[in-house]
Design a protein around this ligand. Structure first.
Ligand code: ADP
Ligand code: ADP
Ligand code: ZN
Length: 212
């Protein structure tokens, strides 16, 4: 199964990607997670990405596309993948088509998860993440334990530095300007599926599975 998940920041792409990855037995590939991991390890990639993550702007395409190319060429992607947070503009979507063509495969669907901006803002502002395993929690909808330790791995649960009001505003602007056109791109290819992301997470999962 080869899927890309589209939708505004905070709509639940990562949450669904984890579930879909388990369901289909294919890797979850999140460019945001890859950048945050690189940053935590202070690798050259991480240090380069830092200013973009902090400001909510897109990391330049030559870097991001190269990163995704290397990842998709890994043998563990032979049977498929769930791409989350990529492509984020039309140039990335075109590069992905070219890359998949060169690998002799194609996407099964592009899943567009949508929700109103009030829902998205509420989800982002309550989001908490495990530093060690990346598991995602929400202060109201999926509360982390009071001791602040991840039930899955014991890691520290924290709030992402870019989940602040000012950066979220910029990320939503970038989404509208650059990422929303990607929805039309996949509509044009005839593989777009739209799902109401305001429902609860397991319901959204069932709908996605029934669509692909
Ligand atoms: P994205 O990857 O699109 O930025 P996340 O999957 O990280 O979004 O979700 C953002 C926040 O919303 C997280 O705190 C997550 O726990 C919560 N969340 C995700 N899906 C739902 C849902 N269907 N209902 C309520 N909260 C959700
Ligand atoms: P969210 O889904 O909450 O917006 P992500 O974890 O997907 O957050 O992305 C966090 C940040 O990582 C983005 O604001 C951007 O700086 C960078 N990033 C992630 N994916 C991409 C991408 N495909 N192209 C460019 N930058 C990206
Ligand atoms: Zn954890």
């Amino acid at each position: 199964m080869r899927l890309v998940l589209l939708g505004p920041p905070g709509v639940g792409k990562g949450t669904q990607a984890v579930k879909l990855s388990m369901h289909f037995g294919v890797p979850h590939i999140s460019t945001g997670d890859m950048f945050r991991e690189a940053l935590a390890k202070k690798t050259p990639l991480g240090l380069l990405a830092k200013e973009y993550l902090d400001s909510g702007k897109l990391v330049p395409n030559d870097i991001t596309i190269g990163l995704v190319r290397d990842r998709l060429e890994n043998p563990d992607c032979a049977e498929g993948f769930i791409l989350d947070g990529f492509p984020r503009d039309v140039a990335q979507a075109e590069a992905l088509e070219k890359l998949l063509w060169s690998l002799g495969v194609s996407l099964d669907a592009a899943i567009y998860i949508c929700a109103g901006s009030d829902v998205v803002v509420r989800r982002i502002s309550g989001r908490r993440v495990c530093e060690a395993c990346g598991a995602t929690y929400h202060v109201s909808f999926n509360p982390p334990p009071e001791d602040g330790k991840c039930p899955k791995c014991g890691g520290r649960i924290y709030q992402r530095g870019d989940d602040t009001e000012e950066t979220v505003r910029e990320r939503l602007r970038v989404y509208k300007d650059l990422t929303e056109p990607v929805v039309d791109y996949y509509k044009g290819l005839g593989i777009l599926k739209t799902v109401d992301g305001e429902k609860d997470a397991d319901e959204v999962l069932d709908i996605i599975i029934s669509m692909v």
